[in-house]
Design a protein around this ligand. Structure first.
Ligand code: F0G
Length: 459
């Protein structure tokens, strides 16, 4: 008999989690203004809000933490981190930052100015925010196939080379760089193929532009290249990662995802001029150049995390769990962005809550319903997250309206996946009775989804 699949680790420490009653959850959600970001962690049973900073560190990472060097300047832990980044990416220049958006803030302060256009594939909301707040445009050049959630193709996160070339042809002088997000979070944790990264490089070279990878989930992207793209099955994740980064000029990194630390990030690049330009903003915004907002011990743990999570077994365990959840949803007929993403399942709310008009935010409504059902906290990646158009101030209803179930790394078991799928099935079974959504009571002008206040529509 063939042995079944099992995790590539065993558990050394556990953290109890608490269930609640539906009446309690109704009260808590109301107090949270129907925005799950406003819930207290203890009001949540299974937390799928994000895979960012929520992973479980390994024994090696905890051991590294004890060895962290807290020297203000020249920390040994910084040099350990720099060495690992250099080994994985080939980039010589490294600036630590306190998280991914800080890396964006520092680097974009040097590179993005008013009137610029930054083409890419579904810029993450902080990335878009850091571009738009500088009065520049984040131009989405993702392949159209990403919008059809039921289409099953291997690299749905790709950049559409035609859209990118059109942008380069028309506006070359306004484009400071191209940014490719690997994996493409907003489109569903979907990977970008090596062939596509190569094509982006070719176009960048043709128009004399540089390329940045938003690399929060680069290791998961490498896993998908290994398992889905021809010619990579026999390469190691580290070899594939290096080959990916060979096609870029620099990277921003949220280390809270594939670095498996709870806080941290960095900028890395092969270009001295970018490093020199970014340095000037690191010191006032983040801190001195060898810590940039991170503790020495966190840099030490990150160095180990990056090394561990660019090994196949660790990634296979993780992505297998996400696929397991997807297989349960398939059994129940619940529509999600296909195929399953690297870090999350994205439920297609517009196909579930068909009676809720888009003006009443179906994905946010589904997020609330799932919480009320079982205390499971997902996250809307849809019309609320999309913010308003900076010029017309209209809601942006053009993209997908999804409920993201992000799976923390090395945290929940497959039994938790069963609970999540069953809770969703219960909501799905009564979907036709859900006819009203939510309406906005108050919102921030930018990145509104964290703080938006909502109420049940029509009440
Ligand atoms: N880029 C991508 C692709 C991201 O997914 C994130 C964060 C960032 C940049 C910003 O990094 O949070 O460290 O400042 N994504 C989290 C999420 C918040 O839940 O998807 P950060």
């Amino acid at each position: 008999m063939e042995l079944p699949f099992a995790e590539s680790w065993k558990i050394k420490m556990v953290e109890p989690i608490k269930k609640s009653t539906r009446a309690e959850r109704e009260q808590w959600l109301k107090e949270a203004n129907y925005n799950v970001f406003q819930l207290e962690g203890d009001q949540v049973y299974i937390d799928l809000l994000t895979d960012s900073g929520t992973g479980a560190m390994s024994d090696r990472q905890w051991a590294a933490l004890m060895m962290g060097d807290e020297s203000y300047a020249g920390s040994r832990s910084f040099y350990q981190l720099k060495d690992v980044i250099n080994r994985i990416t080939g980039f010589d220049y490294v600036i630590p930052t306190h998280q991914g958006r800080a890396a964006e803030n520092v680097l974009f302060s040097a590179l993005v100015k008013e009137g610029d256009i930054v083409p890419g594939n579904s810029h993450f909301d902080t990335t878009k925010g850091h571009i738009e707040s500088r009065k520049a445009v984040a131009l989405d050049c993702t392949v159209d196939e990403a919008k059809d959630t039921q289409l099953e193709i291997p690299f749905k996160g790709n950049v559409d080379p035609k859209k990118l070339e059109a942008a380069l042809e028309q506006n070359a002088d306004k484009i400071p760089f191209i940014i490719v997000t690997i994996t493409n979070n907003t489109a569903g944790g979907q990977p970008v193929s090596m062939a596509n990264l190569r094509e982006v490089r070719r176009l960048a070279d043709k128009y004399n532009k540089r390329v940045i990878f938003d690399s929060a989930r680069f290791a998961e992207n490498a896993y998908f290249i290994k398992t889905r793209e021809e010619g990579y099955a026999d390469k190691t994740i580290k070899e594939i990662a290096h080959e990916m980064f060979d096609l870029a000029d620099g990277m921003t990194m949220s280390a809270k995802k594939d670095g498996i630390v709870n806080m941290g990030g960095f900028i890395a690049t092969r270009h001295e001029d970018w490093y020199e330009a970014a340095k000037k903003f690191c010191i006032p915004f983040e801190g001195y150049l060898t810590y940039g907002g991170m503790n020495g011990r966190d840099m030490a743990a990150l160095a180990v995390g990056l090394d561990e999570n660019t090994e196949f077994d660790n990634l296979e365990t993780r992505i297998h769990q996400v696929e397991y959840l997807a297989s349960l949803l398939d059994e129940y007929g619940i529509p999600y962005q296909r195929p399953a993403g690297g870090h999350a399942i994205f439920i297609d709310a517009s196909k579930v809550l068909t009676n809720v008009p888009k003006e009443e935010f179906p994905a946010q409504t589904l997020t609330c319903e799932l919480y009320l059902e079982a205390g499971i906290r997902g996250c809307e990646i849809g019309y609320i997250l999309a913010d308003r158009d900076p010029v017309t101030r209209e809601n942006r209803f053009g993209g997908l309206d999804l409920l993201r179930l992000a799976i923390a790394r090395r945290v929940y078991t497959d039994n938790h996946m069963k609970v999540i799928a069953a809770a969703l099935k219960n909501v799905y079974d009564r979907r036709n009775e859900i006819t009203r959504g939510v309406e906005i009571v108050w919102e921030a002008p930018l990145m509104r989804h964290f703080t938006v206040k909502l109420k049940p529509a029509g009440k």
